[in-house]
Design a protein around this ligand. Sequence first.
Ligand SMILES: CC(C)(COP(=O)(O)OP(=O)(O)OC[C@H]1O[C@@H](n2cnc3c(N)ncnc32)[C@H](O)[C@@H]1OP(=O)(O)O)[C@@H](O)C(=O)NCCC(=O)NCCS
Length: 310
Amino acid sequence: MPPRRWVLLIERLRRQHRIDQLLAQHVAELAAAGHVPARPRAIVAALRQGRLSAFVASAHGMAVGLLCWSARDGRGAVQLLLAAPPDRELVAGALLEAAVPALANAGARQIVHPLRQAEPEPFRRAFARAGFAEVRVEKLTHERPAAVPVPAVPDGYCLADWQESYADEVAGIFQMLPRDPSDAILWPDLATPAGALDLVRTLAGEASFVATLDFRSLQDFGSLLPIVGYVLAQRCRDGSGRIGELGVAPAHQGRGLGKALLTAAMHALARAGAASVWLTVLASNAPAAGLYASLGFRPTDEQSVFLWPG
Ligand SMILES: CC(C)(COP(=O)(O)OP(=O)(O)OC[C@H]1O[C@@H](n2cnc3c(N)ncnc32)[C@H](O)[C@@H]1OP(=O)(O)O)[C@@H](O)C(=O)NCCC(=O)NCCS
């Protein structure tokens, strides 16, 4: 008997397409791999309400792939990409081929997708072929924050507890620091001073500090105490501590301020009851990764984000 031809049809999702089985299979796979799956009901509701658009891939009348997307203010997102075996790369690739021009037509100048798949390799290859770049983000955790030795604050500097009135100045440094270009796509708030200020206010918690010049240097700056570094940290609902942001102004880097700020935040989080402290960092950020490794942070999770254009 000649082999049955596998005809893949890609079209906009319509009412008669049955995607329940596909969603259920995806949820089961993710749960088996220890990931937190997206809620199928929330996806279906978003599709019904028009908050998401979608393409479906079908073969022999059965849904074998689904791509949900949205575009707003020039930013596009592939919110969900499902492809059933046996040829996941082919199905995911065909869906992306249809979705990228649709997103561009809807005004998206950038497209972001966080990879959430139990079997990621076929999806990686499909994204690469569709012109996306992969950015690796690592979650690092420290299990004994209180045991980290506290280094002396470098000469000429001092640390101060966070105050709301520091927010503007810290947002200024925040925006000034050279960053990986993918940062701006992943955190679009950074693009504007108002967005950066908002982000600083959101990330600052009870374990945040700033580094300033020592009062002995004050005569050079009138009565202002210029802020030269910051760490923004907070307790999470699950009881862990999170380092949200850490930065040292370029002229003051390499003197031990980053280490002093981070250690101060780790101890403050431990005093507030956090058993562990975690943060996320771009795998390409060598200075930050070096600092975290030297203090005993270890990788506990890894996520890939795909960016278009690559
Ligand atoms: C990451 C950052 C806060 C480090 O601040 P810093 O004050 O320069 O760091 P320190 O002087 O305290 O250095 C502490 C350790 O970090 C590591 N480190 C610092 N700069 C480094 C570099 N350029 N390359 C490799 N490792 C580096 C080293 O392990 C160093 O320890 P050592 O001096 O004993 O070798 C700073 O580079 C920065 O502001 N970067 C931009 C913002 C950013 O990326 N923040 C992190 C987001 S997750």
